[in-house]
Design a protein. Structure first.
Length: 367
C-alpha cells in the first residue's frame, strides 16, 4: 500500500496512519493528530458563519437594458401626440373629419359626434343647445330637441316679455301699420309713454316726487331697471315744465310710443304743435283706460299753464287749492268729440279742479 492510500485509511479509522519506508518498501504505522486539530495540511479555520448583522448583502447587478427607446437625454420616448384631426378614425374617436372638424359641425374638435345636449350648436341642424340646460320650455329656453322655446325674434308677441316682435324685421327700422319699429331686443324703437295705473292727490312730493312715482312704476312693470332709463311726469309747477325739464326733446329718430307700439308723435315738437296722434290710453302694465283725468298744469305747448294753481307746487292735497288736469283718451277716435279733444288739446289742458281729488299722471321716458 502506498502513502496516499495509507493516509486515506488513517482518516477513516481515526487513530493511525501508514508510513511508507522507501528502503523497506513496506508501510509502518505512525501516530497522527486527531482529525479536529490543525494538522490536516495546516488549513486555516474558516471561523464562524457570518450573521445578518455584519454580512454584506450582494445586490444584483442593475439591468441596464430597457424596453423603451431612449433619447439623447436618456429619457423614455413620449407618447405619440393626440391624433384627433388627422382625418383617420383612431381608437377612442367617434369621428374625425380632419380640417373640417368644428364645434358647430357634425364632428367636434375633440372628435366626438355632434349631438343635441353637448352644449355646441350644430349649424343647420340645431337651433340652440344649452347642454344640461336644455329641456326648458320657458321663455328664452331650449327644448330637449334643441329647438327654441318662445323667444325674441320668433315673430310671436310674448306678452310680459316683449313689447313687440316682428321676427326677421326686428332691428331693421321697419314699421308696420303705423307702429314704431321693433328693436333686436323686442322693444319698441322709441320713448315709452303711459298713463299711471295708480291715482294720486295733489300732494305728489313736488315735481321731483311725481317723476319718482313714474320711474318706480316703470321699474315695477319691467320698462326700466333701477339706475336705468328715467321717466318724467308731464307736470308743471310755477316755474318748471316739460319744455324746461325734459332732456330728450330733440332726440330725432325715437318717437314717443305707447306700449302697443302706436306712435303718439315722432318728436317733441310734433307733440306740442299738433298733439298726440292717439289717446294715451295704456298704463305701464298695458291696461286700457279711457276718459281718465290726469294732473298736468301744462299747456298744449308744454309750458306752465298757471303760475298760481298747482297744489302748492304739488305738495298739498288741501281741498281749497286747485290745479289743471287733462283727459287722457276717448274710446272712439272719430267724430265731433274726437275732433274737439284734439283741437282743444284736451289731453293736457281740460279743466281745473281741487287738489284733494285722486287723478293720474302721464309718464314719459326721458333719458
Amino acid at each position: 500500500m502506498n502513502c496516499r492510500a495509507c493516509i486515506l485509511v488513517a482518516l477513516a479509522i481515526g487513530d493511525g496512519a501508514c508510513h511508507y519506508d522507501p528502503w523497506t518498501s513496506s508501510a509502518t504505522e505512525v501516530d497522527l493528530p486527531p482529525p479536529d486539530s490543525a494538522g490536516l495540511g495546516d488549513r486555516p479555520d474558516p471561523g464562524p458563519p457570518a450573521t445578518s448583522g455584519d454580512a454584506t448583502t450582494l445586490e444584483p447587478e442593475p439591468d441596464t437594458s430597457t424596453s423603451a427607446s431612449t433619447g439623447s437625454t436618456g429619457g423614455t420616448t413620449a407618447e405619440p401626440p393626440n391624433s384627433c384631426g388627422n382625418a383617420l378614425l383612431d381608437p377612442g374617436e367617434e369621428c374625425d373629419y380632419g380640417e373640417d372638424n368644428s364645434n358647430v359641425g357634425g364632428c367636434t374638435l375633440s372628435c366626438t359626434k355632434a349631438t343635441c345636449g353637448d352644449g355646441f350648436v350644430w349649424e343647420g341642424v340645431e337651433a340652440c343647445d344649452f347642454g344640461e340646460g336644455n329641456n326648458k320650455k320657458d321663455y328664452g329656453g331650449c327644448t330637449e330637441d334643441c329647438e327654441w322655446a318662445a323667444k325674441c325674434g320668433d315673430g310671436n308677441l310674448d306678452v310680459g316679455f316683449e313689447e313687440c316682435d316682428l321676427g326677421d324685421q326686428n332691428g331693421t327700422g321697419t314699421s308696420v301699420d303705423g307702429e314704431a319699429a321693433c328693436t333686436m331686443g323686442c322693444r319698441w324703437h322709441g320713448r315709452i309713454v303711459f298713463v299711471t295705473s295708480e291715482a294720486y292727490s295733489g300732494a305728489l312730493g313736488g315735481v321731483a316726487g311725481a317723476d319718482l312715482k313714474c320711474t318706480s312704476l316703470a321699474i315695477a312693470a319691467g320698462l326700466t331697471e333701477p339706475g336705468g332709463v328715467k321717466f318724467r311726469a308731464w307736470l308743471s309747477d310755477s316755474t318748471s315744465s316739460p319744455l324746461t325739464r325734459f332732456t330728450q326733446i330733440d332726440d330725432a329718430g325715437r318717437p314717443y310710443v305707447l306700449l302697443d307700439g302706436r306712435v303718439l308723435a315722432e318728436t317733441f315738437a310734433e307733440l306740442v304743435t299738433f298733439g298726440p296722434r292717439t289717446g294715451i290710453s295704456l298704463t305701464e302694465q298695458g291696461e286700457v283706460l279711457f276718459e281718465q283725468y290726469v294732473w298736468t298744469n301744462t299747456s298744449a305747448f308744454g309750458e306752465v299753464f298757471s303760475a298760481a294753481n298747482h297744489c302748492a307746487g304739488w305738495t298739498s292735497d288741501a281741498f281749497e287749492l286747485k290745479a289743471r288736469f287733462g283727459l287722457n283718451a276717448l274710446a272712439l277716435e272719430q267724430g265731433p268729440l274726437w275732433d274737439n279733444w284734439r283741437d282743444e288739446r284736451s289731453w293736457t289742458s281740460y279743466i281745473t279742479d281741487f287738489c284733494n281729488f285722486l287723478w293720474r299722471l302721464y309718464c314719459f321716458e326721458d333719458d
